[in-house]
Design a protein around this ligand. Sequence first.
Ligand code: MRU
Length: 344
Amino acid sequence: MVKTVYWEDDQLYLLDQSRLPAEISYQKCVTVEEVAEAIRNLVVRGAPLIGVVAAYGVALAARNYRGHQEELAEYLEKALELLSGTRPTAVNLFQALKRMRQVWHENQALLPDQLAAVLLQEARAIFTEDVAANQAIGRYGADLFQDQVRILTICNAGALATCGYGTALGVVRSCFEQGKLMNVYACETRPVLQGARLTAWELYQDSIPVTLITDGMAGALMQAGEVDGVMVGADRITANGDTANKIGTYSLAVLSRYHQIPFYVAAPMSTIDFSLACGQQIPIEYRDPDEVRTVMGTPITVSNIDVHNPAFDVTPHYLIDAIITEKGVARPPYSETLAELNRI
Ligand code: MRU
């Protein structure tokens, strides 16, 4: 699988996901402003990846600092603020920035160059931990399935959304490695088409069997008995298990319950926001109406038609059969089981 992000010669390289699958190209970021713009414009996306890229952005800001030691604090605070203002829903962004701020505060006595090195080390640690977490999620998640399973997913919660292996697609990968995956149904995921452009491409690259469907086809497929389980990622999970994920996820959860198909969420512990009691408190990102008025830049409707474009929805905890983390599988009641996992 291609790398989503790497650091070389004091510069950050991001796989430009807005161009996939037509083109595999890397965007070079030399300033923190460029990193923030890349997150905002979906050059990089997916909750864990946004977090790690923002962490590298802080390291990049520190590396670029040329002023006096006394003004470094104000400068770094501005960089952290800029990055935290890019996308509001995925909590991994804020968790990663919190970690970076803490490392900075613990090392305030260091010279800017030394501090930059320590911050880079922390960003690399977040990267490495993410891959390990996804592999563990994959192992726990695969245990939930029997033989010859058909899994439906939405958006991209794969290697492309993380530092490698993926969360929901980590479970898919693990099932595939164990020889028990029959097929993946990938919802195309309007308006930005992460399912068609990214998930279908990512699985195809790894020779994992995948069938692309439009979002409206999921119900009929379930009705026909073609789906054994739904596996999705998450952008933020609250203490009671309510889960924000790509718009369309909630519809899949309702359909799954109606058809008695298990509905699972796969996410690292860093996606759980224990400071929020329930899903109504999650800030939902609203994006440019032109994303809906166009498909891949081509207009498909009246140019100024009124549009509703939330990027995420919230699935209530009672529609979720299990939440799979790197520490194990949580089952309802989530307010207890997620807290238990957090204590491990
Ligand atoms: O708008 P995106 O592409 O950043 O949305 C991504 C998702 O909704 C993913 O399912 C989620 O971040 C989990 S990624 C492992």
